[in-house]
Structure formats: C-alpha cells, structure tokens
Design a protein around this ligand. Structure first.
Ligand code: NDP
Length: 434
C-alpha cells in the first residue's frame, strides 16, 4: 500500500489473489522465495500518455491514456482497452494483474496486460470517437506488436473503436499486421465467435458448475447486470439453454420483464441504436424500468451473472441475493463482487465462479484470433465455439482440481488463483531473475 498509495482496486485484487495462494506457498515454499510475489505484483512496464483530440466544436480536449504491460512470462502481453471516465492507474493495474492469471488459466501462451483512457464515449459523435481513438493509437502503436503486446476491447471499446484503432495503426506503421489487435471485424482478420465469446464462455462455465450439483440453466430465473458485450451474449446463451432472463441494466437503471427479456431487442437497442436500456419498455410495455442500476440485485433469481463493472455487488446486495435463495453467481465482469460479498456467498453455500475463470472465454478466443492471423486462415463459428466450450470446461475442471489438491474443495476462488499462478510462477522461476 505504501508503494502504490491510493490504488484501492489494485490493493483489492492483489489481496484476493495473495491470500488464496497461501495453501500453494505452504506446499511449495519455493514460490515464497525468489522474489516471485514482489515481481509478479510489479508491472514490467507502465506507459501513461496524453491523448489530445479536437471535438465537434473545434475545441481541443486532452485525455489520459494508459497501457500496463504486467507480465510476459508465458507470452506476449494480452488484455483489453477500457474507455470510461473512471479509468486511472489503479483500475488499469488491477485489471492487468488479474489478466496474468486469467490468461494463464486459458492454457494458451499469453501474458498479462491492460490499458485504456479516461475518455467517455457516451454522448460523443462518431467523428469525435474516431479522432480520439486515432490519437490514442498514435502513441499506443509505439509500444505494441503481434509478438509484443496485443490489445483488445473492454468497457467502451467495441468493434467500432477497434476498427478505428486498426486503421490508424496500419496508416502509421509499415505493412499489414493483422495480429496487432483482437476483436477486429470479420472482414479484416477478426475471428467468428469473438463477439459472443465472453458472454457465451461465462454461461458455459456456470453450466459446468451447476451440472456438478445436479442443477442447470433450464427452467432457472436469471438476472444479468449490464447490457454491453458480455451481458448481451451471456443472456443469449442462457436463454438458448432454457433460462428465463428477468432483469438487465445499464449505468442509469435496470429493466424487469417477468415474461423474460427479449435479448434481440436489447442487442439492437444497445449495439445498433446505441440507446439507453430504458428504451426497452417503449417496445415491451409489460416490462418495468427502474432508475438506479445497483437495485437490480433486489430482483429474486436462481442465478446471478454480474456482467457490468467492478464492485457492483457489495455485501448488502450479496445478502439480499442470498435471502432470495440465489443458487449460483458467475462473474462475467472483472471483480464485480467485493471481497466481503464473496465471503457472504461462500458462507451460505452459493456456488461462486470468480471472474478470472468465468470470463476467460473472451481472451481465449482472442488468442484463437491471433492463431488464425498467424496461419492466415479463418475457422468457422462452430469450430471456434466448440474450442471455446472445451477451454471453459477445462478451466472449470482445473480450478476444481486445484481447489481439492490444496485443501479447499469447492472453493473456486482458491482453485482458479492457484491454477493460474503456478504456471506463471514456474515460467518465471525457469527464466531466472530478469
Ligand atoms: P461494455 O462497454 O460493452 O458494457 C458495459 C456495461 O456495463 C454497459 O451496460 C454499461 O452501462 C455498464 N456499466 C459500465 N460501467 C458501469 C458502472 N460504473 N456502473 C454500472 N454499470 C456500468 O463492456 P463489456 O461488456 O465489454 O465489459 C463488461 C465487464 O466485463 C467489464 O468488467 C469488463 O472488464 C469485463 N470483461 C469484458 C470482456 C470482453 O470480452 N468484452 C472480457 C473479460 C471481461 P452504460 O452503457 O450505461 O455505460
């Protein structure tokens, strides 16, 4: 804390991981030695830069951009870019730190990184978003490469922003380097299933978790927070598996539809028309809109999938979910539950899937996009989807196994953290102090 003052989210992420690694240190003291903990929690490189751009009124604006290249023990840095006014060094470092273990869990050769800017795309014209992202990439391009660091999307960075960044990179660098970013459009090197991957992967993981206890999505009532990329495709897959989606949200409020949310309406409103979630009730008059997004957790459900942002489920929300008999919580977003909220779930027998395992499907398919770019080939939707499902099942099994082996059966927080950590720590030990 003295070394990184005021970086609360980063402290929270490090505390969660280090505490759950204690059983691994007890069994293998070598991980406590050799400076592994000090090295793994110190980013290899932090880049902070100004992003000047001109708005539609001709006024010059300046935002702050970041790229944290956290750990490259098992592969090039890999992780998304977030454009949101809350972005700061602490947020980018917590996300980059988590990404190390998540990427390791996928079983694919990717290191951990993350980036973004305190730019708010909401309410900006297409031209403003383009000029901002071009300025952002002008600096970022000096630090990335298909074997160095491969960014992707995150909150506020979707297909449109990735397209503008790719165009700018191509213009200022020599040659056509498809593997420089992932989440690209299908026509220029993107992978089928990448758009759906994090949401589908979230549901595939939770499906495995439920199956182990004789439960399933079929016939369950599900609440999914957010209405962005992760949320939309988690809802789509859960509905395909027979669940009834009753509530979803954006940062202003949430909708409740007792008949089951029409996911296609949400997708069109958010992805195509870029409207607020409140517009849903204009088309579905039986549904209700409630101002205030955090109250979404008052909605009774069997399965809760927080897919919006960090710390959206606090201890109070967790207690309400438990009182309403929630059976499973799967974190589609990064660190959506506070540490105290996780304790409430675990102490009350709720099946709990932690973010770095549950939402790893997005980065896994990003790594498959890199593989396709290297081969100059593209795989079918079904092929990528079946690889995604296999990866999510393996992540689940490995997390369960590590939890058992290290004396915490059923604790997937411990299992996922230890499974992700061991591979990176071993690679760091083998590569020496560098
Ligand atoms: P999007 O920008 O597509 O959607 C984010 C959604 O969450 C929107 O509905 C947004 O509402 C809402 N939201 C954002 N910030 C807040 C906030 N402070 N309070 C309440 N609601 C908020 O992002 P993604 O769906 O891509 O990302 C969602 C989460 O999933 C993030 O935690 C991200 O890090 C994580 N994630 C994403 C991956 C991906 O592949 N996209 C991969 C792995 C993790 P509004 O529109 O009002 O801003």
């Amino acid at each position: 804390k003295q070394r990184n003052p005021n970086e609360y989210e980063f402290h929270q992420a490090v505390k969660e991981i280090f505490e759950s690694l204690v059983p691994a240190f007890a069994k293998h003291p070598k991980y406590m030695e050799n400076g592994i903990l000090e090295r793994i929690s110190e980013p290899e490189r932090v880049i902070s830069f100004s992003v000047p751009w001109v708005d539609d009124e001709g006024k010059v604006r300046v935002n702050r951009g970041f790229r944290v290249q956290f750990n490259s023990a098992i592969g090039p840095y890999k992780g998304g870019l977030r454009f949101h006014p809350s972005v700061n060094a602490s947020i980018v470092k917590f996300l980059g730190f988590e990404q190390i273990f998540k990427n390791s869990l996928t079983g694919l050769p990717i290191g951990g990184g993350k980036g973004g800017a305190d730019f708010d795309p909401k309410g900006k014209s297409d031209g403003e978003v383009m000029r901002f992202t071009q300025s952002f990439m002008t600096e970022l391009s000096k630090h990335i490469g298909s074997d160095i660091d491969v960014p992707a999307g995150d909150i506020g960075v979707g297909a449109r922003e990735i397209g503008y960044m790719f165009g700018q990179y191509k213009k200022i660098q020599k040659g056509y380097e498809a593997g420089i970013l992932t989440g690209k459009g299908i026509g220029y090197g993107g992978s089928l299933t990448r758009t759906e991957a994090t949401g589908y992967g979230t549901v595939y993981f939770v499906e495995e978790m439920l199956k182990d206890k004789g439960l399933s999505f079929n016939g369950s009532t599900v609440v999914v927070s957010g209405s962005g990329n992760v949320s939309i495709y988690a809802m789509e897959k859960a509905a395909q598996l027979g669940a009834t989606l009753v509530a979803c949200s954006d940062s202003n409020g949430y909708i409740y539809d007792k008949n089951g949310i029409n996911v296609e309406t949400v997708r069109r409103l958010k992805e195509v028309e870029r409207k607020r979630i409140s517009a849903y009730v204009d088309e579905h008059p039986d549904a209700q809109y409630h101002e205030g997004c955090s109250d979404i957790w008052l909605t009774p459900c069997d399965i809760a999938l927080p897919c919006a942002t960090q710390n959206e489920i606090d201890v109070e929300a967790a207690k309400v979910l438990v009182a309403n008999s929630v059976k499973a919580v799967g974190e589609g977003a990064n660190m959506p539950s506070t540490l105290q909220a996780i304790e409430v779930f675990q102490n009350n027998g709720v099946l709990f899937g932690p973010a770095k395992a549950v939402n790893a499907g997005g980065v896994a398919v990003s790594a498959l996009e890199m593989a396709q770019n290297s081969m100059r080939l593209s795989w079918s939707f079904e092929e990528v989807d079946s690889k995604l499902k296999e990866i999510m099942t393996t992540i689940y099994r490995n997390s369960v196994e590590a939890a058992e082996n290290y004396g915490h059966p059923d604790n997937l927080v411990v299992g996922a953290n230890i499974a992700g950590f061991l591979k990176v720590a071993d690679a760091m030990l083998e590569q020496g102090v560098i």
